[in-house]
Design a protein around this ligand. Structure first.
Ligand code: UTP
Length: 297
């Protein structure tokens, strides 16, 4: 018997957080609009959506986040100004920012946690599987992280999350998976069956060295689990609680990302991403490398 699964067409990008780790830069400006070289962080996530076959991006926004809407909107005045100055390449670049994607916006009135932000998108997502991408995380690698998760969903009909190896002293800042190998799959050792997850484990108690890194493909049942979730100690509804319920149901895979993960919502992570992307830049990467070598470190 063949099962026809609903396609993963939609992605939820929660951008309503307060960005406290990046103050004072984020007092008036959305963290997701901080540029890594020449593109705001959120554009990297939207480009990953495009590369993964997503057709509809749902932003969960909040106060002071209007710049994100403007960034993905049409800009006819800017385009005609650039055209009139003979800068048609730049005009084209501005036109292509949205990549033909359909955008919707919904508002999380209070930053009550990632789980709450995802729940806020329920009506726009409807009864179909969907992706979630954290806009302050840039995933680098040969295959778009979300694309791999969608392929896993297509093959298994189950939710999937991206994980990465994390240094022992950093595990306390992550959701950490308790998982077992899933032999025989085409993803080899990179695919794991998740049995449980622990949010920010105390030092020495983490069930593995694999931390959840900000990409998810989830079945719509996740909403039922999130609706039942009570706010935790800091008054937030964690996405991890919904993921634990999926895992306990035997419905969650983890994919070990084949590439680098940059947590650019953190100052050091942001600087590392900036340096790496600048070194790769075709127009000034070589000059930048030379400059770094000349610095008296
Ligand atoms: P983070 O925890 O990295 O973002 O959430 P934050 O809360 O803005 O940042 P800090 O920790 O205070 O510095 C990951 C993503 O989820 C969104 C954030 O905007 C960010 O892109 N988020 C988080 C929401 O949309 N709503 C929330 O309630 C929390």
């Amino acid at each position: 018997m063949t099962t026809t699964r609903k396609r993963v067409r939609k992605a939820v990008l929660p951008v309503a957080g307060l960005g406290t780790r990046f103050l004072p830069a984020t007092k008036a400006m959305p963290k997701e609009m901080l540029p890594v070289v020449d593109k705001p962080l959120i554009q990297y996530a939207v480009e990953e959506c495009i590369a993964s076959g997503i057709e509809h991006v749902i932003f969960v926004t909040g106060r002071r986040k209007n710049a994100i809407e403007d960034h993905f909107d049409f800009a006819p005045e800017l385009e005609s100004f650039l055209e009139s100055k003979g800068k048609s390449q730049q005009a084209q670049m501005v036109r292509e920012i949205s990549g033909g994607m359909h955008f919707s916006y919904t508002r999380q009135n209070e930053a009550l946690g990632l789980g709450h932000a995802v729940l806020t998108a329920q009506e726009l997502v409807g009864d179909e599987p969907f992706a979630v991408l954290l806009g302050d995380v840039i995933m680098d690698g040969p295959v778009a992280a979300t694309r791999s998760l969608i392929e896993i969903y297509n093959e298994t009909g189950k939710g999937a999350i991206t994980v990465q190896e994390v240094e022992p002293e950093e595990l306390q800042f992550y959701g950490v998976i308790d998982a077992e190998k899933a032999p025989g799959s085409r993803w080899g050792d990179r695919l794991l069956k998740v049995n449980n997850l622990v949010e920010k484990p105390k030092t020495g108690t983490a069930p593995s060295n694999l931390g959840v890194s900000g990409r998810y493909v989830l079945p719509p049942e996740i909403f039922e689990f999130l609706e039942k979730t009570k706010p935790g100690a800091v008054g937030e509804i964690q996405l991890t609680d919904g993921l634990v319920a999926l895992a306990k149901n035997g419905s969650l895979w983890a994919h070990v990302h084949d590439g680098k993960t940059h947590d650019a919502g953190d100052k050091l992570g942001f600087l590392k991403a900036t340096v790496e992307f600048a070194l790769r830049n075709p127009s000034f990467g070589a000059k930048f490398r030379k400059y770094l070598k000349e610095l008296d470190l």
